[in-house]
Write a protein that binds this ligand. Sequence first.
Ligand SMILES: Nc1ncnc2c1ncn2[C@@H]1O[C@H](COP(=O)(O)OP(=O)(O)OP(=O)(O)O)[C@@H](O)[C@H]1O
Ligand SMILES: [Mg+2]
Length: 254
Amino acid sequence: MRSIVITSGKGGVGKTTVTASLGRMLAFEGFRVVMIDADVGLNNLDVVTGVERRVVYDIGDVLAGRCRAFQALVQDSESNARILPSSRESAAQTAQAFRSVVDSLSEFDFALIDCPAGIEHGFHRAVSAADEAIVVATAAASSIRDADKVANLLKSYRLRDISLVVNRVRPDLVRRGETLSASEIGSLLRLPPIGVIPDDDRIQVRQQLGSMSRGGAAERAFELLAQNVAEGRKEFHDITLKRGFLRFKRVNID
Ligand SMILES: Nc1ncnc2c1ncn2[C@@H]1O[C@H](COP(=O)(O)OP(=O)(O)OP(=O)(O)O)[C@@H](O)[C@H]1O
Ligand SMILES: [Mg+2]
């Protein structure tokens, strides 16, 4: 099993969105995927994947010995992926106990861990359970600054790989030089971008229904990200604007 934590430092940049969409794409490709909500007390992976009302047990019940981890899993509303919901109440959970729950799900090909915002205990708990990390950042200065802090912190963990997903990209602003491109953000953070996700209102609208945006550039962007993750490939497709349409252009990372 590959366990990958999706983290950012800053809140609201798209960790849960990337976790859910990447998890679904990997599941569509036939991988066995479990998505784990490590945001204790502020759970929302269950909402974003449309399973909120089907949740019976959560990770708090697993840790308290009220059920086994596999009994707490809920099937995603759109794919074969499974979700392990986080406790709805804030509770003290040690990093070691959390890791043992993740390790007990080793029959899956991928465990995607949705990290809480911040760099406190919740961050430590989520990262300690992972072997790889994906840092999510947007072009906002505050996001890049926090991603930089997180990238430095991640180096003190024994992670096999740390890569970057640039979210909410606006190719129109990039072209006018009003915002940084994904490559520039990658160079600043010294992390290889493996996914570039457009800023697209439909992501938010569909998410409120527990669904993902299908058939457009956002879906294609997540598909390309999933291929890179599955194959461990270090290349990415930047988003450009051609005659008003979004296009993906392959960039090799050296
Ligand atoms: N590429 C995108 N285009 C448009 N909206 C987006 C995009 N990515 C995320 N969003 C929206 O931004 C909001 C925050 O996203 P999300 O919940 O994934 O962030 P987060 O990093 O998990 O936040 P938190 O730190 O609170 O856990 C959501 O409403 C989501 O729909
Ligand atoms: Mg979140």
